[in-house]
Design a protein around this ligand. Sequence first.
Ligand code: GLA
Length: 338
Amino acid sequence: MKSALARLLTSGLGLVLLVACSKPASGPSAAPSAPAKITIGFLVKQPEEPWFQLEWKFADQARQELGFEVMKIGVPDGDKVLSAIDNLAANGAQGFVICTPDTKLGPAIVKLAAERHLRLIAVDDRFLGSDGRPMTEVHYLGISARKIGESVGAALSAEMQARHWPAEETAVCAVTFEELDTAKERTDGAIAALTAAGFRAAAIYRAPQKTSDIPGALDAAAILLTQHPEVKHWLICGMNDNAVLGAVRATEGRAFPAANVIGIGINGTDCIAEFEKAAPTGFFASVLLSAKQHGHDTAAMLFNWIRTGQEPPLDTRTVGVIINRANFQQTLREQGVR
Ligand code: GLA
């Protein structure tokens, strides 16, 4: 991350090259003749997360349907991203789909892809430019993060009311990861919906996670629980299932009964084992996202772009459906996850 990458990110020359090189790759005239064999990369930031394993599974499905090669590469940091892109070029690939480990790498990734004549689609996490704004010129497929977050907040509020929890004994633990736009939009949306439903703002607490995984969320939530021993009932939201799972584990660590906790995640793919546990836990529900669209459709769009020059839409947003213990098996089957 430090060396080559830092130089790329800070070099003014890099930006000039970026502008100069990215044009031909996105114009309709970009693919005069289709290559005989098409190979694409599918690079993900957290290959250990079930969500990303499912994206890979669905990218494989597109590979089988359409007939191309996919190189699936885990890229947990910036150096891995750069070496993966070089590796793709060395293997004759024509493009890649990427969920970057750091959205600020956007300009460096775009520059290197252009130099290596690789087309790219960003999935899940949108690139940020050097001005800190989303790189709207880079093709992107991600979730409707704000709306999905709002649906989490509304569902938390409805379940709290169904359980008749007294407002004065109830608080919200929002596990946040605000350095990532899609994560911030989700938790902001959940908090906005809770507030709109009448939840008192003074009892909504943000617990920033240092790392976007279960241990990071557990640590963040544990601190919050220690700070608020007066709270008897917790509502939990976060950027994804792992954020909420970490916070639920923290409530268990402090001996909260499962019935006093309502956690609602996002992804619907990383909580399956949780729903399969014999006894219900505080993890109550999740918004199941469309891993198929994120994995299969991005791979297929990239393949068509390379093969026919047909440019994908610049910005595609996907939606989700709420799943819980009662309906998860059927919904996962319907969505082809199981
Ligand atoms: C981010 C999160 C993933 C998943 C995707 C969905 O990348 O880290 O867990 O929620 O968004 O787009």
